[in-house]
Design a protein around this ligand. Structure first.
Ligand code: GLN
Ligand code: ZN
Length: 792
């Protein structure tokens, strides 16, 4: 055997080589071409034909790119004009009956996603508002697992019937084939699809539709097989969640049928975003030809998986992280892959990214402004595919040795760079004691001191921070950033806006004014730009929902605050009024949650570093006599881990990070926090543990139902239940807001209540804001009068 020569060995390797695959490629385009074309189409400035051409062109580019990169199994039907779950809804003909269409044609997807508008007056596209001009409501949108991608929630009713109603999945397979690419169609699996949907009423169980949905999936698979598909990928990311009996039974029932229906085509079932834990046996028992496993999030489970992996299946190992932007550490991946190859043999091992690449930006090619050192640490979608291919070449002994040495060199550079490791930050964090996360006195004492200092009336009025970001404000900032507006002129302009905003609040009688946040582009970016350890890409866009893309900041190193970030504007605003000006900050968990974070230390550590930076800002605001400081944490809830068992650990460090940044001040300084879209029932203990003096929340749309959690818990601190729905241009009437407040007052002590909108006003226009806030102040006055009468 040892006489076999190298040439022959090489040939044998090539014949039974490890294959590479991709689960999904970003569809937005390198320069967000899809977003731009779709929005022009909505505005009537682009024909449907032109939009479809853009889609076709992007798909072609993406396929050819993947082929050129050397990916063996290239996905099709991963493209979408809006959302892949919505595409599934159209494919299955599950269009909610209120839209009154039976066929799911091209326009149906936008109809479901955006609603049908009647006579639209002074309202943005798809505002979803209840001002009366939306004749048919859009379907709801919610987060796809723990990503920042939002999907359109399927709707289910007892009379829901499924029927193949769109041809996209078949067309795209044929389209790829015409380009010489034998693609692997991707489907959202039936168990995931039913799990993510919403019943017509809370008692309706979507799984009662299982028998209805199976035959349609069978038909889809049979048709794809007849078209010549050899592999079909079915995404079942619910494997990363706690599954109930219904879901488990569904897996057992569905997959034997689907595997049979696919006939000659083979099925690859993909799980990602987490460990399998108790779902491991169920997953491994699926009667399909191949299974994809997320070996990044599930790294600790790989050996258990290999030990039990069935002999008749292929394992696709997702070793390249699809959820971040860091270069893969080849040595690390290779140790996993070698173990897998030794356990399974190379014929049964595939290499892939951990999940679809729609969660990472398209390519590093266009990042011309990033410095070369940082650039060398990163990998976006295109680079990740190249990594997958490199890993397979290394395993096959076909890669030049430079591939591995260069990868090692960039990791060594990242590991040792003084730009990442700041000893002062680390020493400070190490010296933090539990007492640093405690205010000096308990809330009742603080409350008394704060009431004395602030001298506010009963039912004080305030807002959540931002005022309308008009096109003029945005354009001034854009011109300042691109150098066409000089700093002095920009500063003068923002000062004028701030002055007008504070004067307006004084004029209508807001008790605790804010500066308006005109200087801020985005609540995370504004801080990231001023903190060390953050950087920004020029094209690092990822899809958030529909045509909306976000460009998250990149946290690459130890975080610190070189200088105060908000005292200039808060101090200026404070000088304009006698009322207590509220300072505005973004909290550490939200900053973490909405950024790409480093993967070389726990998220918890990064959050605590941010908390210390924000703590300094809180103290500096206090030093210039800002008596109330709001630390926004709208993302606390969305940071909850996918598995219930992991919640408390996360909540503990998230709460501690908030307390760490809020506790450097005197008792009489009032700390506010704000959360929107939050359901509180299951986390109310942690919300109370934040120990903010005041919390403002979104409640108007739920008719104060969200308050129940606070009431049941006997929430001790002050609370501002939003009375003005800022998602709509509609101006709420005084009586309407008063009714909401009376409900709140029946539940909570009047001396703990604030009157405020649901959230910031930046997306609203001045005319509505003027009227709404004037009404809101009138509402507070009416409440005070009632209280005075009942006290007599
Ligand atoms: N202070 C921010 C604003 O008013 C809060 C935004 C948010 O909660 N998402 O815009
Ligand atoms: Zn909010």
């Amino acid at each position: 055997m040892h006489l076999v020569n190298d040439g022959l060995r090489e040939m044998m390797r090539a014949m039974s080589s490890i294959r590479t695959l991709n689960l999904g490629y970003p569809r937005i385009g390198e320069h967000r071409e899809l977003k731009k074309a779709t929005e022009l189409f909505w505005e009537g400035k682009l024909s449907r034909q032109e939009l479809e051409d853009t889609g076709r062109k992007l798909r072609r580019q993406n396929w050819i790119k993947q082929q050129a990169a050397g990916i063996d199994l290239i996905p099709s039907n991963d493209f979408s004009f809006y959302d892949q779950v919505l595409d599934t809804t159209c494919l299955l003909g599950n269009v909610p009956p209120r839209f009154g269409v039976t066929r799911a044609d091209f326009d149906t997807q936008f109809l479901i996603a955006r609603g049908q508008r009647g006579a639209a007056e002074n309202c943005e596209d798809a505002c979803g508002c209840d001002a009366g001009h939306v004749s048919t409501f859009a379907s709801e949108m919610t987060k796809w697992f723990d990503t920042n991608y939002h999907f359109i929630v399927p709707e289910f009713r007892a009379d829901t019937r499924f029927k193949i109603s769109a041809t996209k999945v078949f067309d795209e397979f044929a389209e790829a084939r015409a380009l010489g690419i034998h693609a692997k169609p991707v489907l959202v699996g039936p168990v995931t699809y039913l799990s993510l949907g919403k019943g017509q009423d809370p008692d309706f169980d979507p799984f009662s539709l299982l028998d209805q949905i199976i035959p349609v999936y069978e038909e889809i698979l049979a048709r794809l097989a007849a078209q010549g598909a050899t592999w079909i990928q079915i995404d079942e990311p619910v494997f990363a969640l706690d599954l109930n009996e219904r879901q488990r039974d569904a897996f057992l029932e569905v997959y034997p049928l689907l595997a049979r229906a696919a006939g000659p085509a083979k099925l690859l079932v993909a799980s990602y975003f987490g460990e399998l834990r108790d779902n491991l046996p169920l997953f491994l028992g699926l009667p399909v030809a191949a299974l994809h496993f997320d070996a990044v999030r599930g790294k600790a489970e790989v050996s258990a998986l290999l030990e039990k992996f069935p002999e008749d299946k292929i394992l696709s190992l997702g070793v390249v992280d699809g959820r971040n932007i860091w270069k893969n550490e080849f040595d690390d991946s290779l140790s996993i892959l070698t173990a897998a190859r030794d356990a399974l043999g190379k014929e049964r091992l595939w290499i892939a990214p951990s999940c679809s690449l729609i969660h990472s930006p398209v390519t590093l090619e266009n990042e011309l402004k990033l410095d070369p050192e940082l650039n060398d640490w990163l990998a976006f979608a295109d680079q990740k595919l190249a990594e997958v291919v490199s890993l397979s070449e290394i395993l096959r002994g076909r890669a030049p040795s430079s591939v591995l040495t260069e990868n090692r060199a960039s990791h060594a550079s990242r590991g040792n760079s003084p730009r990442i490791h700041n000893p002062a930050v680390q020493a400070r964090l190490a010296a933090v004691t539990p007492a640093d996360s405690d205010r000096k006195s308990a809330f009742p004492i603080r409350q008394k001191l704060q009431k004395a200092k602030l001298g506010l009336p009963l039912f004080p009025t305030t807002t959540i921070g931002s005022f309308p970001q008009t096109p003029e404000v945005r354009s001034a900032r854009a011109r300042w950033k691109n150098g066409t507006l000089i700093g002095v002129a920009y500063d003068a302009y923002i000062k004028e806006e701030t002055r007008r905003c504070v004067a307006f609040q004084d004029e209508i009688g807001i008790d605790m004014p804010v500066h308006g946040e005109f200087e801020r582009n985005d609540m995370v970016e504004y801080f990231g730009e001023q903190l060390d350890g953050f950087t920004f890409t020029s094209h690092g866009w990822v899809q958030s929902y529909g045509t909306r893309c976000v460009k998250p900041p990149v946290i690459f190193g130890d975080v610190s605050r070189p200088r105060p970030m908000t005292t200039y504007w808060s101090g200026f605003a404070k000088s304009l009024t006698k009322k207590p000006m509220k300072g505005m900050l973004t909290g550490p968990v939200t900053i973490l949650q909405w950024s790409f974070v480093r993967n070389d230390q726990p998220r918890e550590t990064t959050t605590r570093q941010i908390a210390l930076a924000i703590r300094d800002e809180v103290v500096d605001l206090e030093a210039i006599d800002i008596a109330a400081i709001q630390i926004d944490e709208p993302a606390i809830r969305e940071g909850l881990p996918l598995r219930r068992a992991d919640w408390q650990r996360y909540l503990d460090w998230a709460v501690d990070a908030f307390r760490l940044c809020a506790s450097g001040v005197r008792d009489e300084t009032q700390i506010h926090t704000h959360m929107c879209y939050s359901e509180f029932n299951d986390i109310i203990g942690s919300i109370a543990a934040l120990d903010a003096d005041v919390i403002t929340i979104e409640t108007s749309r739920s008719n104060m139902e969200l308050l129940d959690a606070f009431v049941d818990f006997n929430y001790p601190n002050e609370i501002g239940p939003g009375v003005y729905d800022i998602h709509s241009p509609r101006v709420p009437g005084v009586g309407e807001m008063e009714n909401l407040m009376l409900k709140a007052q029946a539940l909570l002590p009047a001396e703990n209540l604030w009157v405020n909108p649901d959230c910031g006003l930046k997306t609203r226009g001045w005319p509505e804001v003027r009227n709404s806030l004037t009404n809101m102040v009138a509402c507070a006055k009416a409440l005070r009068e009632r209280a005075a009468i009942s006290n007599h």
